[in-house]
Design a protein around this ligand. Structure first.
Ligand code: ADP
Length: 461
């Protein structure tokens, strides 16, 4: 396995090498094209000035003069025909120079050793401390001809070169920074993709798309584990839905048996007061389980058959009005006032599912209302949509709670809500059905005890 550590280390070292080599290549080009000729010209000028000075001042002691010049930071070699040359200043590393060169200079030519210095030496040639890497000029002194070879010594060269080194250093740093920024982006890319996939997963979409899995490092391993985990969750989610659907189905038949037998008991115990009271309790509880399993069944069928909406054109205004009429007795029982403004509007939708939506919203507006409260239903026809708002004057919902009410099994944890019968499934059904119809549900509720408004917006077709 190629580790992330290895990739990181190799990338960093690679960046350093690339920066260094690029800087070296550039400074080499600079040396070959500008520095070499420039240096040759500058030093030829200096050598010629030395020669002119000696020729114009025949009284000066040539040896003393050259010692002084050497002190200023030059390496010198003075040759007279048929004698051994004398060196001044710091030593040359290689002291050989072809005799032909010496003869040419003695014959009056200028030797451009710096310009002719071999190309293969790169920028290091600039510092090569060799006798051939010099400028040679002829000098006539007291009637005799000499050849003087000179070059600045390393110390002088370095002090002249600090600007170039400065640039080189700066360039290497800038290049490294750019490469590190690009490289880091490349390294972070898969982490970013993974983090996006995690977000999708946490939003409930368990199908992980477009995520690279064939990396051989720790990130590849992490990605593969992540995908396995997502598949496992998806599998569990499916099993959970199936389980809920099966169990709610299985509860239905014992429930109808209980209902049947309690009906029979009712006939037998019709004169026994205590017995009737217990029977009432049994009936209430049975109804409660029954409606809860119905809701569970509906919800799980919605999750299973996402694309099986039975769409048809029907009058939604009439549907809501009929529902409101069905609830009238319950509204009276709870000492509430119901008002509605519902015109006839036709939409294309799944009638049975929308019935569950209005039913849940209206029954909540009744259940969570305060005594002598009000319920108001308004249907508005918009250009493309319909808007149904169901307003109550009940206990209201605070902001924190609002975020969760559409979750399955969520019930508000207040003592008032706990007294009221419910499963926490109604609003999940509302949400799911509206979502399947490509609509939206909004809740407005500012402060506790000021009531709430649930608004459903649905496209007409
Ligand atoms: P339940 O079966 O508990 O009513 P729902 O999913 O319909 O389940 O509602 C979830 C929770 O949201 C309820 O328990 C209740 O606390 C809160 N709620 C729903 N409708 C209203 C409303 N009109 N006013 C105040 N709270 C409400």
């Amino acid at each position: 396995m190629r580790s992330l550590y290895f990739t990181f280390a190799a990338t960093t070292i690679g960046i350093m090498l690339i920066s260094f080599l690029t800087a070296f290549f550039l400074s080499n080009t600079y040396y070959q094209h500008y520095l070499k000729p420039d240096n040759d010209e500058k030093n030829t000028q200096i050598a010629k000035e030395m020669s002119t000075f000696i020729e114009e001042n025949p009284n000066v002691d040539i040896e003393q003069y050259l010692v002084n010049v050497a002190d200023l930071g030059y390496q010198l070699y003075l040759v007279q025909p048929s004698t051994n040359g004398v060196f001044y200043g710091s030593d040359f590393r290689i002291k050989e120079i072809p005799d032909t060169v010496i003869q040419k200079v003695l014959g009056g030519e200028t030797y451009h050793g710096m310009l002719q210095f071999p190309r293969k030496t790169f920028v290091t040639g600039f510092f090569a401390n060799e006798l051939t890497n010099t400028i040679g000029v002829p000098i006539t002194y007291n009637g005799e001809t000499y050849a003087l070879f000179m070059r600045p010594d390393i110390e002088k060269l370095f002090s002249e070169m600090h600007l170039l080194f400065g640039w080189l250093f700066l360039f290497t740093i800038i290049l490294s920074i750019i490469l590190v920024l690009v490289g880091a982006k490349y390294l972070v890319q898969p982490v970013k993709r993974l983090s996006e996939a995690t977000k999708t997963l946490s939003s409930g979409d368990y199908i992980v798309k477009e995520i690279e899995t064939n990396r051989k490092d720790e990130l590849g391993e992490l990605t593969r584990s992540f995908i396995r985990m997502a598949e496992k969750i998806q599998q569990n989610e499916l099993m959970r839905k199936e389980f809920i659907s099966n169990i709610s189905h299985d509860i239905q038949s014992p429930l109808s048996n209980i209902k049947g037998y309690s009906g029979l008991l009712n006939n037998i115990l019709s004169r026994d007061e205590k017995g009737m009271e217990y029977l009432d309790i049994i009936n209430n509880e049975t109804n409660r389980i029954s409606s809860m399993t119905n809701q569970l069944l509906l919800l799980s069928s919605l999750e299973h058959e996402e694309h099986m909406l039975k769409l048809k054109k029907y009058n939604v205004g009439r549907q809501i009005t009929q529902l409101a009429q069905r609830y009238e007795w319950k509204i009276h029982e709870n000492n509430l006032m119901l008002s509605y403004d519902i015109p006839d509007v036709e939409i294309i939708a799944d009638e049975r599912l929308l019935d569950a939506v209005w039913d849940n919203l209206l029954s909540n507006a009744i259940k969570y209302n305060s005594e002598f409260g009000e319920v108001e239903i308004v249907l508005t026809e918009l250009e493309e949509d319909i808007k149904v708002s169901i307003k109550d004057t009940g206990i209201g919902l605070d902001n924190e709670v609002k975020k969760h009410i559409f979750e399955r099994f969520y019930r508000v944890d207040s003592s008032r809500s706990q007294e009221i019968m419910g499963s926490g499934l109604g609003l999940s059904i509302v949400y799911k059905v509206v979502e399947l119809h490509k609509g939206t549900v909004l809740v407005e509720s500012n402060e506790n005890d000021k009531g709430s408004i649930f608004q459903v917006i649905l496209p007409k077709r």
